[in-house]
Design a protein around this ligand. Structure first.
Ligand SMILES: Cc1cc2nc3c(=O)[nH]c(=O)nc-3n(C[C@H](O)[C@H](O)[C@H](O)COP(=O)(O)OP(=O)(O)OC[C@H]3O[C@@H](n4cnc5c(N)ncnc54)[C@H](O)[C@@H]3O)c2cc1C
Length: 466
């Protein structure tokens, strides 16, 4: 029985936000029914994204709808508000929220009062002031970006296939990925594999015509799987003719030419930026304490340091790693910690409402699995190292067991099974991103465009003079 009425505000509907709300919905079932507790989740999208499946979604192995979990369905006892928290005044127990309606009508944002705050807005891409990056770079954090990138890659193959101009063709078939972490390596591995497969259906595009380049500033890739498997991944990618450049940085991508710190220049229409993440900037618009990297300073109990009734976890939080030997270590920003922290966080809120002692978060990193394309992967789990097919199989079974809800598990499994029976999908539906273009053209208007497709109008000059 909670001591008084508790209004719990969860900012963010990702790993931490969804799992926290899910667990609270169960543990406070009676209080929610009686009206002595209420849970509000504020998030920009009505779904949680299972990010580890984004590379498979980009490769077309899983439909975009199946890598997301609809929040309203899994959280029927919570209030879902689609919008963005723009500031938090914890002293006044109020969050400022721009909802879809206030934004559309140009109205001032709403102020949501709360008793308990869970701040979990995650992270955003960590960019550098590289000339041209803001105009031409493509991120890889959301399902929209993953599907957009798939469409873009297939569209580049279509462009290359439909021209005799070697400059246009070369630039279209050159794909540069910056950042050798999970996201960059998996996205490149899956997309190269998909493009190599798709090339068999083009009369004039061969896999050897494509240049896939991975640029990494440090001397290794995939640090999450350890040095040995990192080296194996480099040689495996190079064996596939992927140009892996270690100790190299992207210096510019102005005028659609990727210029690298080793002096190489690649005219390209595709620069994918996956060079790390940084905490969400909304954290700076709160009165809560941040560490030097801009994350919320947390206690092992997942409260925000020096405060009461404020909780945090996941990519946005600096949570002490109580299992580490070096002092001051914090848990890494990954799903493995985010999911487990969410459970402890939710239980601690319930305990605190019931006047019970809090528990500490402790989890020793179990290892990582990464897919490098169909039947290819690396895995380092509980000290065991796997490569190739066994690692890829482990990647699939692990993530299938992890993706939330039985419904999603069944759908993903069905898609994989069907893909085993039938051929892979190679179509680009880039025009889905501009559904009014055809009608605008028919109605005599100017298509608002935004893609490279002639139907929807050019994104910019294919010669790269933008
Ligand atoms: C391509 C890719 C692959 C990955 N693969 C793996 C993997 O294999 N294994 C692994 O362990 N980790 C992986 N990760 C990392 C993992 O996904 C993250 O560590 C995890 O999502 C962090 O959870 P979170 O809840 O802190 O943030 P998120 O899951 O990102 O959730 C943050 C939520 O907050 C919302 N939000 C943002 N701003 C606001 C605001 N102002 N107001 C309200 N809501 C807001 C966002 O829309 C989002 O819903 C991967 C990440 C990516 C991008």
């Amino acid at each position: 029985m909670v001591k008084e009425r508790a209004r719990i505000l969860v900012v963010g509907g990702g790993y931490v936000g969804m799992y926290t709300a899910l667990r609270l919905q169960r543990s406070l079932k009676r209080e929610l029914k009686e009206g002595t507790a209420e849970i509000t989740v504020v998030t920009p999208d009505p779904y949680m994204t299972y990010q580890p499946f984004l590379p498979e979604a980009a490769a077309g192995n899983i439909s975009p709808r199946h890598v997301v979990v609809p929040l309203r369905r899994v959280l029927p006892d919570c209030r879902i508000v689609i919008g963005e928290a723009t500031a938090v005044d914890h002293a006044a127990r109020t969050a400022t929220v721009a909802t879809l309606a206030t934004t559309e009508k140009g109205l001032p944002p709403e102020h949501l009062a709360y008793d308990e705050l869970v701040l979990a807005p995650g992270s955003i891409a960590r960019t550098l002031p590289v000339p041209g990056l803001a105009d031409h770079g493509i991120g890889f954090k959301t399902v929209e970006e993953a599907i957009g990138l798939r469409n873009h890659v297939v569209e580049q193959m279509d462009i290359a296939s439909s021209t005799r101009d070697p400059e246009i063709r070369d630039a279209a078939l050159t794909f540069v990925f910056v950042g050798g972490g999970f996201a960059g390596v998996e996205a490149l591995g899956e997309l190269e594999d998909m493009a190599r497969y798709a090339a068999r259906y083009y009369h004039n595009v061969r896999p050897e015509d494509m240049k896939w380049i991975l640029v990494e500033a440090s001397d290794r890739i995939l640090p999450e799987v350890g040095a040995d498997l990192g080296r194996y991944t480099v040689s495996e990618l190079r064996r596939r003719n992927i140009d892996v450049r270690l100790n190299t940085r992207l210096e510019s991508c102005l005028n659609r030419v990727a210029v690298l710190s080793d002096g190489a220049r690649f005219p390209t229409r595709t620069v994918v930026w996956t060079a790390g993440v940084k905490p969400h900037p909304v954290l700076a618009a709160t009165d809560l304490p941040l560490d030097a990297r801009g994350r919320l300073r947390c206690t092992p109990q997942l409260t925000v340091e020096g405060t009461t009734h404020a909780w945090a976890a996941g990519d946005a939080a600096a949570v002490p790693d109580v299992t580490a030997s070096e002092p001051g270590a914090t848990t890494a920003p990954n799903a493995q910690h985010a999911v487990r922290q969410a459970k402890v966080l939710a239980d601690n809120i319930t305990r605190s409402l019931r006047g019970e002692p809090l528990q500490s978060y402790s989890h020793k990193y179990a290892g990582s699995v990464a897919s490098l394309g169909f039947h290819k992967g690396v895995a380092h789990v509980y000290g065991r190292k796997l490569k190739g097919y066994p690692a890829w199989f482990m990647h699939r079974t692990y993530h299938l067991s992890r993706i939330p809800t039985f419904n999603r598990k069944a759908r993903v499994l069905a898609e994989w099974t069907l893909a085993g029976l039938f051929k892979r999908e190679i179509v680009s539906l880039g025009s889905l991103e501009h559904p009014r273009a055809e009608f605008e053209l028919a109605a005599g208007g100017k298509p608002s465009g935004g893609s490279d497709n002639p139907k929807t109008g050019p994104r910019d000059d294919p010669k790269g003079s933008s």
